[in-house]
Ligand binder design. Structure first.
Ligand code: NOJ
Ligand code: CA
Length: 736
């Protein structure tokens, strides 16, 4: 390995368009080149011993010299108990300057791995590595850099050592110095939620554009802070994306911009005492990542975040983890056509003391036996794997905003939800029910009931749970992204794995590729999804794949056919900004192994011809081709079905099926779909679901019309299909 790496570095320095390290005024300079030689990372110590790195792609600056390090409160392991106790909470320690260079090691890897589910069936993980060893006052800090052809990952590692054991990170000082006033797709920096619309602006205009949407739990951290994954574009055409990978036992970071200098600094989510992370050596931080590519499509094709995560930790995952296409007794509650709760009799409810049997049902409980059976009939007849049922369990009378510790026990059904009979009915149709655990963010209450809750799922044959974290975290002072909650979400997923249960957490922290290690994490929300109805902007789904989806799949819940919300509840005027063809496109453009058909059976019954695409579309893929992309404007993606994946949609497929989706922002567009990804010499039938000639997907436009048109054509790999997309419209194509 050593010899091979020396050769690579020599080749890089000779051939690559690298930035001269001399420019950086650093000592102990170390240079790392990417496998293709185009990307160069330079590390060194500044004159006061502060570690710094910079990054370039083909000679263009991606990150200017940026400093690294921490502020701690800590102790020395050989201190007495009394001294140690005091030191943990006193005496801030500068752990960013004054370092000396103690050596470096080089390495690298070129492997291919196979995900249990994914956008492709084989993923190449190819990087060159540099481990820098630093010391300060007898304390050791290592920084590990991994450089890929499309980006950099680095993390801090604290080896087992005599002079540092327990410490508290009060601030992480990692910087990302930008080389220009790039255009960014950003959401406000927040410790609790990602459920925001995106603003597209120059970096220097972030504070000016700061107009955050309301959320049930939110804590904006600074008017210049933004969340990751942050997608930027430089004036000379580079696409830069900053994010993090493998966030475990450490808080999530936001990025706080110094608008004058255009330098981002990490802003860790504080815990209830205002600290970042409580650490014990040996330990490490998550990876900080900077992707840089010259074409937006390469951002979508990048597997940087997944590759920086550890391999699958569940030995038998392939036997029980599987993709799911599902429906839900859900949208009708979101639209307030029916309710999660069972009765309106109580002004306050205590678990275990309420006799729901005596209570008068208010008559709008969505999760009642007849209604669930109605959905199961429709979903079963149309080839779905599963049905989510929310509001099945006691507690919904006062779950929202009450700051109660013990809202739900996760095991007690309402009287009109026959858990045994409904599961048996689902199984008779070859389906499963999806469990729902809304925790109302009372994390300790959930952990207390978790084992019993998962055991109940085992008993009735559930193998997937949607969890939720609405409202401020209890215990108070913690945040959705603080270390305490990062550990909670991880506990929920790892405990679920012991029960062979898959998890789809809503309102949890944004994902950072952990689904590679824990593929039973089949979904997450952690962004503004379809549930925001008329509050989803036309450009939203042209941005999410560049940002939120970089860390893992999203349960976006597409497939709404009835855009007029007043038809569900007259109290909800307004129309969703979408056409029906665009809703179909989302099954391809918003990658997820868990895909919902979110609308009501009666709305699908009105458009069974368009619904055919939702029935047909695969949920697991062997290949993905990113055909056209510009964040904030448009996307066209083609995906090849994975033969024989363990979900009904894929089961009958042999891998010659392709599905294409295209979406646009508020502008109508004409785009050309180049079919050269098809096998040459083969003729396919393409069924095209496109916007009607007079369609308009802008919900507040008088010309709003979600109409569609369906046609079939014979195609080969030589064809190029011209497609017209209405404003906030789209198209979907199934090719067989
Ligand atoms: C918010 C979730 O995102 C939504 O899907 C769910 O229905 C509600 N919380 C209730 O849990
Ligand atoms: Ca939500």
């Amino acid at each position: 390995m050593g010899n091979r790496f020396l050769f690579i570095v020599a080749a890089v320095l000779a051939a690559a368009c690298s930035q001269a390290p001399e420019k950086m005024q650093l000592t102990d300079v170390q240079v790392l080149g990417s496998p293709d030689g185009n990307m160069v990372m330079t590390f060194g110590l500044s004159s006061d011993g502060t570690p710094a790195y910079s990054l370039s792609l083909c000679g263009k600056d991606v990150v200017l010299p940026s400093s690294m390090g921490f502020t701690f409160r800590g102790n020395r392991v050989n201190d007495s108990y009394e001294t140690r106790k005091g030191h943990i909470y006193k005496d801030p320690v500068d752990f960013h300057s004054g370092f000396s260079f103690e050596g470096a090691e080089n390495g690298g890897l070129d492997e291919t791995w196979e995900p249990i589910w994914g956008e492709e069936s084989r993923i190449r993980n190819n990087y060159n590595e540099l481990l820098v060893k630093l010391g300060k006052d007898g304390v050791k800090l290592n920084i590990r850099f991994r450089l890929y052809d499309d980006g950099l990952g680095f993390r801090y590692e604290f080896p087992d050592q005599e002079n540092l054991t327990y410490f508290v990170v009060t601030d992480e000082l990692t910087q990302f110095a930008m080389a220009g006033d790039h255009t960014a797709c950003w959401i406000p920096g927040d410790y609790d939620t990602q459920e925001y619309s995106y603003t597209v602006s120059r970096l220097s205009r972030i504070a000016a554009g700061h107009n955050p949407d309301y959320n049930a739990s939110q804590q904006i951290c600074s008017e210049n802070a933004v969340q990751t994954a942050l997608q930027m574009k430089t004036d000379d055409g580079l696409y830069i994306n900053i994010h993090e990978a493998a966030v475990l036992d450490y808080p999530t970071m936001n990025l706080d911009l110094d608008p004058g200098k255009l330098v981002f600094k990490t802003m860790l989510t504080p815990d209830a005492e205002g600290f970042g992370a409580r650490m014990q050596t040996p330990c490490k931080t998550p990876w900080r990542t900077v992707m840089a590519v010259d074409d937006a499509r390469k951002v979508l094709a990048s597997r940087l975040i997944l590759n920086l995560n550890e391999p699958c930790a569940i030995p038998d995952a392939a036997e029980w983890v599987h993709p799911i296409k599902y429906m839900g007794v859900w949208w009708e509650m979101i639209a307030d056509k029916s309710k999660w709760s069972y009765t309106g009799d109580f002004h306050s409810v205590r678990l275990g003391e309420t006799d729901y049997g005596q209570a008068t049902p208010h008559g709008h409980h969505g999760a009642n036996n007849d209604n669930v059976r109605r959905y199961l009939d429709f979903a079963g007849d149309n080839g779905f794997d599963a049905l989510l049922v929310e509001g099945w369990n006691e507690g919904w009378e006062d779950w929202f905003g009450c700051q109660k510790f013990d809202v739900f026990d996760f095991v007690t059904p309402y009287p009109d939800f026959d858990i045994a009979a409904l599961n048996a009915y689902a199984h008779s149709k070859g389906m499963k029910l999806v469990m729902h655990h809304e925790t109302s963010s009372s994390a300790i209450n959930y952990e207390r009931h978790m084992e019993e809750a998962y055991t109940l799922m085992d008993k009735y044959g559930y193998d997937a749970v949607k969890s939720g974290y609405v409202g401020d975290i209890l215990p108070g002072g913690e945040h959705h992204y603080s270390q305490f909650m990062i550990n909670h979400y991880h506990y929920a997923v790892t405990e679920a794995a012991k029960h062979h249960i898959m998890v789809n957490a809503h309102e949890a922290v944004r994902p950072t590729g952990l689904c590679r290690t824990w593929p039973n994490m089949i979904g997450n929300e952690s962004a503004r999804g379809t549930e925001f109805k008329t509050g989803v902007l036309p450009n939203h789904v042209t941005i999410l794949p560049f940002t939120r989806l970089q860390g893992g799949p999203m349960d976006y819940t597409p497939g709404i056919f009835e855009m007029d919300m007043a038809r569900l509840n007259p109290a909800y005027p307004g129309k969703i900004s979408s056409t029906i063809a665009r809703q179909l496109a989302l099954y391809v453009t918003m990658y997820s192994p868990l895909q919902m058909a979110a609308d009501l059976p009666e709305h699908y019954a009105e458009h069974m011809d368009a619904f055919q695409f939702i029935k047909d579309v695969a949920v697991d893929w062997s290949r993905s081709e990113y055909l056209l992309a510009e964040p904030g404007d448009y996307l066209v993606i083609a995906r090849q079905a994975k033969a024989g994946a363990k979900c009904k949609a894929n089961m009958g497929m042999d891998g010659h099926e392709w599905f294409v989706g295209g979406v646009t922002d508020e502008n109508a567009r004409d785009l050309t779909v180049d079919l050269s990804f098809l096998e040459s010499g083969r003729t396919y039938t393409a069924t095209i679901y496109e916007d009607a000639a007079d369609a308009c997907g802008l919900g507040d436009d008088p010309a709003f019309n979600p109409g569609y048109h369906i046609r079939s054509v014979k195609v080969t790999s030589a064809d190029k299909l011209p497609m017209h997309l209405a404003q906030s419209g789209g198209f979907a194509i199934s090719i067989k």
